[in-house]
Design a protein around this ligand. Structure first.
Ligand code: HEC
Length: 119
């Protein structure tokens, strides 16, 4: 009986972190798909809902998504200002995915982005 309890504890300790990682993993590919579904109607080369991309912002390539990661996070998660009036029906699960994705990468990229603003 004692051994079974001990085994349970060992399993929990071993699997806990692995499960947390699996839950938090959001791929760049997923983010690209979300942005193209919810943002490209306005933010793209030839947007359907605008005459041109607002502020020249498009999220069509990994490079542009990477460059604007912080602005995307701010508008979608912190301010919930984008998509405007949520006309493209972005779901809370998608906002959550963007939050997870941004938090995962913030260790490296955000620090760099923030230190770039220092005098
Ligand atoms: C219905 C059209 C529309 C959709 C859909 C839309 N946007 Fe925008 N976006 C705008 C407009 C218009 C502005 C310019 C707002 C302004 O001038 O203050 C803007 C501005 C922005 C900015 C710059 C904000 C700033 O003040 O610097 C970001 C970042 C942004 N959008 C991200 C997104 C993301 C990410 C999505 C998808 C989740 C999205 N937008 C969906 C119309 C849209």
């Amino acid at each position: 009986m004692k051994n079974i309890i001990r085994l349970g504890c060992v399993l929990l300790l071993a699997l806990g972190p692995a499960m947390a990682r699996a839950a938090a993993a959001v791929t760049d590919h997923e983010i690209g798909a979300i942005l193209s579904a919810r943002c490209a109607a306005c933010h793209s080369e030839h947007p359907a809902l605008m005459s041109s991309a607002p502020k020249g912002l498009t999220f069509a390539s990994p490079a542009t998504i990477d460059k604007h990661a912080h602005a995307i996070y701010r508008q979608v998660v912190e301010l919930r200002a984008m998509p405007v009036g949520n006309v493209t029906n972005m779901t809370d699960a998608e906002r959550q995915a963007i939050a997870l994705w941004f938090n995962e990468r913030s260790g490296s990229h955000t620090m760099k982005a923030e230190s770039a603003h220092l005098p």
